[in-house]
Design a protein around this ligand. Structure first.
Ligand code: PGA
Length: 255
């Protein structure tokens, strides 16, 4: 019922030329049917990436945006500009934005609502830090992030939104959450959605896992009943590795 998404987050890596050749190499390898494939690329290569992905099932998106329509916000980018460049989705609330650029749940909430209003799909990231997990507060943190970041989002809008659970301690560390830890947190997120909206939406909502996803752990992560896809950082930069993740995820899903 929930169509899986395998998403790449390229962060601040690659050149336009590298992006285009990656997409041209990946596109013919993607099976006609199967999981959705998302690529979140740097702003300057959204348009060339969209062009390179034409005719394939790859969706191109961005990694951040501002909540304002326009204005004197030096260095920021508006939802309408991303759409104009051809982006179909945008990552919001990534832990690197929260931690390094001090984005809080209220700001992220305004961005989520703006993205939905403008018609670009938000991919909302949530996740606890190492200290929060060590203090046993991971569920409390996730609950607050969901309640605050999704405040005022309607049921109809929620159907267009994707969530990514990314424990901060697993991002870029080479050590992913265990399958049990990830599944437990995904089941908890689903429970929160059920309580905040309704059981039907909680069954429909896609929740991706992110944090040191590799070809070696993709199948087992995807076998967990509440994991509906993967958000891949480092391992998405290499076309062969990312293709293997897509492949193993799909196998994992149908076996
Ligand atoms: P990672 O990054 O796969 O390199 O851990 C994931 C992310 O930041 O989304």
């Amino acid at each position: 019922m929930r169509k899986p998404i395998i998403a790449a987050n390229w962060k601040m890596y690659k050149t336009t030329e590298e992006a285009v050749s990656f997409i041209k190499e990946l596109a013919p390898k993607i099976p006609e049917e199967g999981d959705e494939v998302y690529l979140a690329v740097p702003f300057t290569f959204i348009a060339p990436s969209v062009e390179a992905a034409k005719g394939s099932r790859i969706k191109i998106g961005a990694q951040n945006m501002n909540d304002a329509s326009e204005g004197a916000f030096t260095g920021e980018i508006a939802a309408s500009m991303l759409i104009d460049a051809g982006a179909q989705f945008v990552i919001l609330g990534h832990s690197e934005r929260r931690r390094l650029f001090h984005e809080d749940n209220l700001f992220i909430n305004r961005k989520v609502k703006k993205a939905l209003l403008e018609g670009i799909q938000p991919l909302l990231c949530i996740g606890e830090s190492k200290e929060e997990r060590e203090a046993g507060a991971e569920k409390e943190v996730i609950y607050r992030q969901l309640v605050d970041s999704l405040d005022g989002v309607t049921l109809e809008q929620m159907e267009r939104l994707v969530i990514a659970y990314e424990p901060v301690w697993a991002i870029g560390t080479g050590t992913s959450a265990s399958y049990e830890q990830a599944e437990e947190m995904h089941a908890y997120c689903r429970q929160c959605i059920k309580d905040m909206w309704n059981p039907e939406l909680s069954e429909k909502c896609r929740i991706l896992y992110g944090g040191s996803v590799k070809p070696e752990n993709a199948t087992q992560l995807m076998e967990q009943p509440n994991i509906d896809g993967l958000l891949v950082g480092s391992a998405s930069l290499n076309v062969e590795t990312f293709h293997q993740i897509i492949h193993y995820s799909y196998i994992g899903n149908i076996s």
